[in-house]
Each structure stands twice: as C-alpha cells, then as structure tokens.
Design a binder for this molecule. Sequence first.
Ligand code: E4P
Length: 214
Amino acid sequence: MKFFIDSADIEEIRKAKSYGIVDGVTTNPSLLAKMEKGRDETVKDILSESDWPVSIEVISTDTEGMLKEAYEIAKLRGNAVVKIPMTLEGLAATKELSSKGIRTNVTLVFSANQALLAAKAGASYVSPFVGRLDDRGEDGMQLIRDIVQIYQNYGLETEVLVASIRSEEHVLQAALAGAHVSTVPMKVLENLAKHELTDAGLEKFLEDWKNRKK
Ligand code: E4P
C-alpha cells in the first residue's frame, strides 16, 4: 500500500518525506486556505519537492470552470493530479481530462456507487472519506471494502485512495481491505512507527550495552 501525506504544510511534508516511506501528497482547499504563503506558492513548493503525485483540488463547481482550472493545474508540473469533486459536473470533467491523459483524483466520495461512476469516468484515484462517515455513525471502512471488491469484480484500474483517515486502525483496515493508497495526517503517520514494546526493548538493549563487561 502506498502512503500519501495529507497536508499542505511544506515543512511538515518535508519532514514526512525524510522518513523515506511517503509516496505522494494530498491537499484540499481547507488545508491550503490555512497556509500563509498563499495557494499558488504553496502548491508550487509541494510539487517541486519530489516527483511524487500531488493532488490539487479545483474550486469551480461547473464542468467548464473545473476544466479551465484543471488545465492550469496540470501545466504546473508533471506530477500534479487534479482533484475533482464527486458531482455530475465533476464526472464530466473527469471523463474529459482522462481522455487527454491528465490524472485525476475524484474526491468527497461517500458511497460505492459514486466510486463506480468515478472509475467509469476514468479517474486515476478515487478518495472515499472514511473518518467523516464514522463521524456520523456509519462504517467508513466497509465502504473501502465494498469499493475494492467492486473494482476487482470489473477489473477497474482506478486506485482506491483512503482519505479522511483519523487513526492507525483506519490504516490497518485499509491495508487489509487491499486499498492502493492511504493518505494520512502527520500524527497518524508518525504513530504508525511507534510501539511501547519497541521503546521498552530499545531502552533495555541500550542499558545492557552500557553495562556490558569490559
Ligand atoms: C484528502 O484527500 C482529504 O481531503 C482529507 O483526507 C480529508 O480529511 P478530513 O475529513 O479529516 O478533513
């Protein structure tokens, strides 16, 4: 499973990159709006940081507007992936972009039927939001299992990019379900590497080494 960092903070992204296990970046308008440098500068910095795929979302809601923005985003650098909201207008834009070889990530997906449509439109990635479903008492991970199954049934090549991840358990379940990508906030990414027995074991090894017979 690939790991993307879900962030628009370049310092955080660089730190995540330094761990050597991150394969890409996802941003969204809410994350970019918080950045002092402004959207365009921030996006350029993230794109230049590596050749990894970086999802950048359009703001327009009509197909024509989405396409205009998408062409601008795609021109920025070869690793830009255009993030398109899961609407009928967004599906039309996705179809057009995929026919031109421009990579897309269909976002704000909350049902398996939406994911099926996104794949039919030629999306490179589909982003189901598990945390937001859990927040309202639904089972976000069941959605991932359903999408993976449906894509397998029909040999669809769209990659399942699990989004709105809130915990290490979400990552584990995404991997068990066979999702292609998990996009994770920094805190979750760092927590994945931790275990109290690792810390305790390391401490003991170092102590024993320090007290070795000389
Ligand atoms: C990533 O593509 C999504 O925009 C992000 O994971 C959403 O996460 P949230 O539900 O925690 O805002």
